[in-house]
Design a protein around this ligand. Structure first.
Ligand code: APR
Length: 239
């Protein structure tokens, strides 16, 4: 399919796009994530049982994300947005902030962000950099309620689903990058986009669980494939 400046491209990314920036994916290490079972740190139940432990884990993830930089895969997507402008949108399951750091503006962080936290009592959001992380369980500067990481945990409803649904119904190309395709609802987006007529493209190191609805599969590292693919689109459209 020929992609031009008028093509509406919707991208979904997962942990695989940040792997080349040095961040571990969730399911490539035998079910362990930074030596924790995902269920022990990424569920509301875990937070209720052991909030200080969950906070410690996410403080470390935030510190780690601060040390990382966007890789050529992120930068290629920033270039694509620069070219397509309003015809581009990016949904990410990642919480590391690397798409924004790369220069993408039309970004939906459907699983939240390491850069913010929120109050369990008054629901206010705060930049994590403004919070006293010396406290085992940081408290809300407004109401002294218990703060929590602004992460959508297993069992919680992802953010911005209405907007995502509208984008899925109205894209010409749906691209899925570095995601194993096992965590819903994100894993179902490709099916919706395909039903509504989009051409679907996947870029991933390994074949994905939800491969049935993929029209075009590029197997390999996102940081190697995306720059070539996207430069190819731009060059052939502008010839
Ligand atoms: N380039 C492209 N793909 C890669 C690369 C790479 N350099 N490295 C790894 N991958 C692929 C893996 O083969 C795997 O299919 O990226 C995928 C990462 O899958 P997961 O670890 O399952 O991550 P993701 O799909 O983002 O997980 C979804 O699950 O734990 C929750 O909320 C968390 O957002 C996360 C969600």
């Amino acid at each position: 399919m020929k992609i031009t400046k008028d093509t509406r491209v919707l991208v979904l990314t997962g942990a695989g796009i940040s792997a080349e920036s040095g961040l571990k994916t969730f399911r490539d290490a035998g079910g362990l994530w930074e030596n924790h079972r995902v269920e022990d740190v990424a569920t509301p139940e875990a937070f209720r049982k052991a909030p200080a432990m969950v906070w410690k884990f996410y403080k470390e993830r935030w510190q780690q994300a601060l040390q990382t930089k966007p890789n050529p895969g992120h930068l290629a997507l920033a270039k694509l947005e620069d070219w397509l402008q309003d015809n581009f949108y990016l949904i990410t399951q990642n919480v590391d902030g690397l798409h924004t750091a790369a220069g993408n503006k039309r970004v939906i962080e459907m699983h939240g962000s390491l850069n913010t936290c929120l109050c369990t009592r008054c629901s206010h959001h705060f930049p994590i950099k403004d919070i006293n992380l010396e406290e085992d369980i940081p408290l809300c500067p407004k109401c002294k309620g218990m703060l929590r990481p602004d992460i959508v945990w297993f069992g919680e409803i992802p953010y911005h689903l209405d907007k995502i649904d509208a984008l899925l119904h109205n894209c010409d190309v749906f691209m899925m990058i570095g995601t194993s395709g096992v965590v819903y609802p994100a894993a179902g987006f490709v099916m919706t986009a395909s039903y509504f007529g989009a051409h679907t493209i996947a870029v991933n190191l390994n074949p994905m669980e939800n491969g049935d609805f993929i029209d075009e599969f590029h197997q390999g590292k996102a940081g190697e494939i995306l720059p070539q693919l996207i430069d190819g689109w731009i060059n052939s459209a502008e010839k």
